[in-house]
Design a protein around this ligand. Structure first.
Ligand code: HEM
Length: 413
């Protein structure tokens, strides 16, 4: 089965395609639009098995992609890519261990008031624009800036520098052909230079931020400067587009499921957390985990053998819609994540991954969403979509999934 992630119909609703693949067994070999082949793993049980299996490596193969000419932008990109999501044990174990203190629950929970302040500011700005009768884009005015502002708090980035950071992050995260090449290259170089100076500054004058904890972590087997640089980039990048997609998708679902929005407003203490969990399951912000590569031939059962060296895409979005795990998987039903009378809840989703690379920022992402969504819908009771939901454009690609724009307006409530 050929897979074309650039096809807008696929980007909007890839689920029927994945359901067909899931029926074929533990993994299916598909042809990608560029003519290469990859194995897709789509069933919940197999997704978890592959993510926990050390025979599948996260280290990008040397020959991946076309060789790129040497340039300052290419050197900056290569340097920032040396992060833990691109490593295996034992390097991965060492790098990951160092994030444990920085992302410990009390440190993340302490961000609560600052997240609320940042979300309040964005919502007030949005409300001002909507009050004039204008249509606004919820992605541009809320879902995109909030994660960048929050991660700036985590990294201790001064407020005056945040607009620059937002611009560079946007550029380096844009699809290859969306912006002029020069704009993307310049952003790589400037981001690299900025993060280098940030580390020097945190060494000189540590702050209260989470990143200062990393910079001043245990010195024996601590991070060298190159590793710190890549870590700063990973934290910036892993948290921004994913959380943006969570906020945008959850908003879209609430705007198109008024009964669920009303239930969340009536039972804020229990329902908002359930809305966030169900959004993570139903609209997995990271559609596929990062690419894995089989380091040896792996028998996945049912006659499926992935040969050594073959690329594997573990499709989290498909696992989260697996009917063997979630009853009525294609229905958006936050109540499945409310504790039942007997204390049981729906199965955990795999939106934050599984195994050694399980998301470091899951607590932070949940906190951002459970704080900011009630603020948004509380301040704007008449918020509604300004377009037919079927016309909401989605980002192309296999790795991240979410609305590209979400035009909204308000009406008197
Ligand atoms: C809704 C938001 C988010 C989602 C859905 C998400 C999802 C994920 C997933 C699925 C992985 C594993 C990828 C793989 O195995 O290939 C991952 C890893 C990671 N995430 Fe998140 N993430 C989110 C937010 C964040 C935030 C806010 C941060 C930053 C603080 C963050 C930092 C990381 C890091 C550092 C890793 C790499 C962990 C490792 O390699 O051991 N994520 N994330």
């Amino acid at each position: 089965m050929r897979l074309d992630p650039a096809d807008p119909a696929f980007s909007r609703d890839p689920y029927p395609y994945y359901a067909g693949i899931r029926d074929q067994g533990p993994a299916a070999r598909v042809e990608l639009a560029n003519g290469t082949h990859a194995w897709l793993v789509t069933a919940y049980e197999h997704v978890r098995a592959v993510l926990a299996d050390p025979r599948f490596s996260n280290v990008p193969p040397q020959r991946a992609g076309r060789p790129k000419p040497d340039s300052p932008a290419e050197r900056a990109r290569a340097c920032l890519a040396r992060h833990m999501l691109n490593t295996d044990a034992p390097d991965h174990t060492r790098l990951r261990r160092l994030t444990a203190t920085a992302f410990a629950p009390p440190r993340v929970n302490a961000l609560r008031p600052r997240i609320a302040r940042l979300a309040d500011g964005l919502v007030a700005e949005l409300a001002g624009r909507l009050a004039t009768g204008e249509t606004a884009d919820l992605v541009d005015g809320f879902a995109f800036p909030l994660p960048i502002l929050v991660i700036s708090e985590v990294l201790g980035i001064p407020e005056a520098d945040r607009d620059d950071l937002r611009e560079w992050t946007y550029r380096v995260g844009s699809p290859a052909d969306a912006l002029p090449q020069g704009a993307v290259d310049e952003a790589w170089v400037r981001l690299h230079a900025y993060l280098t100076s940030l580390i020097a500054e945190k060494r000189r004058a540590p702050g209260e931020d989470v990143f200062s904890t990393l910079v001043h972590g245990p010195s024996e087997d601590g991070l060298d400067d190159g590793e710190l640089l890549a870590m700063a980039f990973l934290l910036l990048f892993a948290g921004y587009e994913t959380t943006m997609n969570l906020l945008a998708s959850a908003s879209l679902r609430l705007l198109t499921h008024p009964g669920e929005l009303a239930a969340a407003r009536q039972n804020p203490h229990t329902h908002w957390a359930a809305v966030v969990e169900e959004s993570l399951r139903y609209d997995s912000p990271l559609e596929g985990a990062t690419w894995r590569c089989a380091t040896e031939s792996v028998n996945l059962g049912a006659g499926v053998v992935v040969p050594a060296g073959d690329p594997v895409l573990v499709v989290l979005a498909a696992a989260n819609r697996d009917p063997a795990r979630f009853p009525a998987p294609d229905e958006f039903r936050p109540t499945r994540y409310l504790p039942a009378a007997d204390g049981r809840r729906a199965a955990s989703h795999v939106a934050f991954g599984h195994g050694p690379h399980f998301c470091v920022g899951s607590r932070l992402a949940r906190l951002e969403a459970t704080i900011s969504l009630p603020l948004l819908f509380g301040a704007l009771p008449g918020l509604r979509l300004a377009v037919d939901p079927a016309e909401v454009p989605y980002r192309p690609g296999l790795l991240v999934r979410g609305p590209r724009r979400l035009p909204v307006t308000t009406q008197a409530s």
